[in-house]
Structure formats: structure tokens, C-alpha cells
Design a protein around this ligand. Structure first.
Ligand SMILES: *[C@@H]1O[C@H](CO)[C@@H](O)[C@H](O)[C@H]1NC(C)=O
Ligand SMILES: *[C@@H]1O[C@H](CO)[C@@H](O)[C@H](O)[C@H]1NC(C)=O
Ligand SMILES: *[C@@H]1O[C@H](CO)[C@@H](O)[C@H](O)[C@H]1NC(C)=O
Length: 453
């Protein structure tokens, strides 16, 4: 039995991470499993409301807060010159394509704050039919609406209001795919809803099993958006508890061809994975078991999931670069999206906050810090290797901004009317995914700046 990983990257495992892991994950682990494995509800019709319904939604509605925000923005220092902020974060990735002139300097969108914003969201659960049931908070009776009225304001650069038209124009004759776990799906559905506030999307394809693979086209723009299920990016035999298989079998040396084989047809791939690396897994490489996570009963060596995550991310980006041809392509990677469980996951107050944290009020935890850092560093390395070629790598560095939004999760409103007939208020809570509309829409606002920058 081989118990060490090949040394392409360092698998380091300080004692501390186990403690943090325990704090982070053990309490809600059962729920995490539940949330990450629950199949999608029966598909809704791919009804997306046509543009007329949302006429005027982009008009800025001034308010005290809004005015303050606008005024404050005008007082910001000018953006840094283009040679600053190179390296990690958005800076290295705002480079222009060869031959293009870009007016906007690179920006670190992760550095900023949430400010009040009076404008209504571009969509809601009534106007957009692609919101997964568990994230349709308003429709499920979430009574407070304050979480809908915050806008992300990067500290050092302009961040124009999201324009579905701009996104669609950029996406004309192109194909953008979200690849990853249920947070990739969450982000993909958010983009679908944002864009369909202006143009009708038609569902072209949906695979039989749980809606895991879907493709839409905005015919007015011949713009295609798709979602690929690939919770670890590499090949995985997902566990099947009913069949007595408690662990995912993860194959670090095999790629998930369900999306990898489609790479040639994509103009943009947005990758988003992380949470599945926290759940029990057995890791295979070169035909052997090289470690496992949360599997004491199987006589394999416990392996830190950070190392496995790093391996999977680096190998995937390297493979994307290896397979890439001469066409232009953007590969964006969304960083880890923090969960916000505060207490018992099956009590009413699991993520009870109604407002964002203020700047500095909530530091990033150890797990979130490490998961984010892995992606930021892997993307920077891939971008450096790709140079000025047609393949661009970008990081959507959302971890810090998401960490400040404990108010943006469904909590009990993952279900319709959760407290109806419940006496002791023990209900399941989702403090992992994001309500739609909600903070995850901002991820796509940054995506627009990233791909068109
Ligand atoms: C949802 O959006 C539709 C269309 O813009 C609007 O008419 C309706 O008032 C919105 N509903 C809520 C609850 O905001
Ligand atoms: C429509 O978009 C696809 C990419 O999704 C592209 O391959 C195709 O050439 C486009 N069609 C036209 C007529 O431009
Ligand atoms: C693990 O090792 C112990 C002691 O060597 C053995 O008794 C047990 O059967 C092994 N379990 C498995 C699942 O192989």
C-alpha cells in the first residue's frame, strides 16, 4: 500500500489544520453531506421572462444610501498604474489580449467593502425560472429583504453597475461554461437569471440525471451558457450511501472527461470547486491508493484535504493548458466560498445574521484562507506559464467578499415555509449556498469585468 503522494507538490500537513477542520466542518458535516448530495428538484420549465418585464431595472434609483455610495466612490483615489498589482489576484489577469487596447487598468476586485444599494435586484424568483429550489429564498418566505440591497465596492477601481447587455454583447457567438460543484451551479444559475432579465434564454439540453448538465442559448446573441457537474474537476466515483459506499473515490491522474473533452468548444470556462474536498474520500493515483480523508476504518493513511485540493487544481490547470489549441479562451477560477454556520445546523439560528459583517469584523478562517490561496497561486502560476498566448487564466477572488456576507444564505428558507407546523424550530439550514438573488450575483459582476477587461 502506497501512502505518500508523488512529490509534484508538497503535501504538507500541520497539526493545526485538523483542529481547524474539526471546527469548520464537523458540526455541519452531516448537513454538508446532505446539501452537497441532494438531487435537484424536478426540473421547472425553462421559462425565463422576456426583456420587457424588466424595463427600467437598470435605472439608478437614488436614495440616501445610494447617493452616499456614489459620492464616496468619487472620492476614491485613482486606480493604480497597470504595473502595480501584478502577480496574484485580479492584477495579473487584467492583461489585455494581444492587439487590444484596454482603457481599464488591472484591478484587485477582492479588496473592497459592501455598501448599501437601494436598487432592486435585476431578477427574482418570479421573473427567473432557473433558480434551484433550495436557493429561492424569497419564494420560500424569507421575510427580510435587507440582504438584497448591498453592492460590492472595490477600494481602488471603478466597478460599473452590471450590464446584462454588455455581458451578452461580449458573449455573442461564444460559449461560457460553469464547471464544478453545487456552488458552480449556484453561480451559473445566477448568471442565467441576470442575463435573462434582458434577453430570453432557451434551454437546449439537459441530461437525464438530476439536471447536472444543462445548456442554454440566448438566441438574440447566439450566446451559449452551460453548466457541467464536476465536483472535484478530476475523475470521481461518487459515493453511494445506499449501496454502502461512504467515500468518494477520487482519481487524481484521470480527468473528468464529461467537461474536459468539451474544452475545445468553450470560449470561457468558469471553474468552482472546493467543498467536496472536505468530505470523505479515497484518493487514487497511478493505479494505487495514495491516501484518504475521513476513512480511519479503511486502513489507509489519513491525508490532508488541502494537499489533495492543491494537486487536483494544479493538475487540472496544467491539463487545460496542455490540451489548448490556438483559439482564444479564458479559464476563470472562482475561489472558495465560505459557509457561515454559527450554531447547530438544525436549529433556527444557524446563520441568523441579517446584515453583512463590517470591514475587519470577520477574519477569514484557516480553511478558507488555505483553499483560497491554493487557487490564487495555481492560477497565477498557470497565467505566468501561458504568457501572452491566446489562453488566459483569471481568478475570481470572491472568498473575502463572500466571507463578509453571513446574511446571504438560505438558512431555513432552503425549504418553502420552513416553520409551518414546526413546534421546536428544529429545521435544516443551508449556510453554504447563496440565495438568489443575492451576493453570488456579485461573483458574475466581477466575471464580466474579468473577461471583458
Ligand atoms: C419580481 O420581478 C418582477 C418583474 O420585474 C416584478 O414585477 C415583481 O414585483 C418582483 N417581485 C418581488 C417580490 O420583488
Ligand atoms: C454561434 O455560437 C457558436 C459558439 O457557441 C459558434 O460556434 C457559432 O459559429 C456561432 N454561429 C454563428 C452563426 O456565428
Ligand atoms: C484493518 O487492519 C486491521 C488490523 O490489521 C484488520 O483487522 C482489519 O480487518 C483491517 N480492515 C480493513 C477494512 O481492511
Amino acid at each position: 500500500m502506497v501512502t505518500t503522494f508523488p512529490q509534484t507538490h508538497h503535501f504538507w500537513r500541520p497539526r493545526k489544520q485538523f483542529i481547524t477542520y474539526a471546527l469548520y466542518a464537523l458540526l455541519p458535516l452531516a448537513l454538508l453531506h446532505y446539501l452537497l448530495f441532494t438531487p435537484l428538484p424536478a426540473p421547472k420549465p425553462p421559462l425565463l421572462v422576456p426583456p420587457q418585464a424588466r424595463e427600467g431595472a437598470e435605472i439608478f434609483v437614488p436614495s440616501q444610501h445610494g447617493d452616499a455610495a456614489v459620492n464616496a466612490r468619487q472620492e476614491l483615489p485613482p486606480p493604480p498604474p497597470p504595473d502595480q498589482g501584478q502577480g496574484l489576484g485580479g492584477g495579473a489577469l487584467g492583461e489585455t489580449q494581444a492587439g487590444e487596447v484596454s482603457a481599464s487598468p488591472p484591478c484587485d476586485y477582492s479588496d473592497g467593502e459592501w455598501v448599501p444599494d437601494a436598487r432592486p435586484p435585476l431578477y427574482n424568483g418570479t421573473s427567473c425560472g432557473t433558480i434551484k429550489d433550495g436557493q429561492n429564498c424569497m419564494a420560500h418566505g424569507r421575510p427580510d429583504t435587507g440582504y438584497l440591497h448591498w453592492r460590492w465596492r472595490p477600494r481602488r477601481c471603478a466597478f460599473p453597475a452590471f450590464s446584462p447587455e454588455s455581458f451578452l454583447r461580449w458573449l455573442r457567438n461564444k460559449h461560457l461554461a460553469f464547471v464544478g460543484d453545487s456552488l458552480a451551479r449556484n453561480q451559473g444559475e445566477s448568471l442565467l437569471c441576470l442575463l435573462s432579465s434582458r434577453s430570453r434564454a432557451d434551454l437546449l439540453y439537459r441530461d437525464g440525471e438530476d439536471n447536472k448538465f444543462r445548456r442554454w442559448v440566448f438566441r438574440d446573441y447566439n450566446a451559449t451558457v452551460s453548466i457541467f457537474w464536476s465536483p472535484l474537476l478530476v475523475k470521481v466515483a461518487e459515493k453511494a450511501e445506499q449501496a454502502g459506499v461512504r467515500h468518494n473515490n477520487v482519481f487524481l491522474d484521470s480527468f473528468d472527461e464529461r467537461w474536459m473533452s468539451q474544452l475545445g468548444a468553450l470560449d470561457v470556462a468558469v471553474l468552482s470547486v472546493g467543498h467536496w474536498f472536505l468530505i470523505p474520500g479515497i484518493y487514487h493515483d497511478g493505479g494505487e491508493v495514495v491516501g484518504c480523508h475521513d476513512c480511519a476504518d479503511l486502513n489507509h493513511t489519513e491525508t490532508a484535504f488541502f494537499g489533495v485540493f492543491k494537486e487536483a487544481v494544479h493538475r487540472t490547470l496544467a491539463e487545460v493548458a496542455r490540451r489548448h489549441g490556438a483559439d482564444r479562451k479564458v479559464v476563470a477560477f472562482t475561489t472558495f466560498s465560505p459557509a457561515h454556520f454559527e450554531g447547530d445546523w438544525d436549529k433556527a439560528g444557524a446563520c441568523p445574521k441579517k446584515q453583512p459583517y463590517r470591514d475587519g469584523e470577520k477574519e477569514l478562517g484557516y480553511t478558507e484562507t488555505e483553499m483560497r490561496k491554493t487557487v490564487v497561486e495555481a492560477v497565477a502560476a498557470a497565467a505566468a506559464n501561458a504568457g501572452d498566448g491566446p489562453l488566459r487564466f483569471a481568478v475570481l477572488d470572491v472568498t473575502k467578499m463572500a466571507n463578509l456576507r453571513p446574511d446571504g444564505h438560505p438558512g431555513p428558507y432552503m425549504r418553502n415555509d420552513p416553520f409551518a407546523g414546526v413546534e421546536d424550530a428544529r429545521v435544516q439550514n443551508d449556510c453554504v449556498h447563496w440565495c438568489m438573488p443575492g451576493p453570488i450575483d456579485t461573483f458574475n459582476e466581477i466575471l464580466l469585468q474579468t473577461i471583458s477587461g
